[in-house]
Design a protein around this ligand. Sequence first.
Ligand code: FES
Length: 75
Amino acid sequence: MAKSFPHSFEVCNCHKVTLGEIVYVVKEKGAKSLDDLAKLTDAGTCCKCCVDASCDIGEEKMQLYLTQILNKFNK
Ligand code: FES
């Protein structure tokens, strides 16, 4: 079962963007892509470790990725 996260969960640590902000721009502003999220929130525009698991090293893992969130809404 997928873990659930509060809307206050910080998805993008570099720009302090929360899950709630991501959900808001997807639902209310029509964001459908990583580019849209970047333009509307700046999420994923610095180290990019919040985008997907590609920069996970060993036990150092982000818990939730922008691509996971977009996939959930783009089904
Ligand atoms: S954690 Fe999102 S760009 Fe670095």
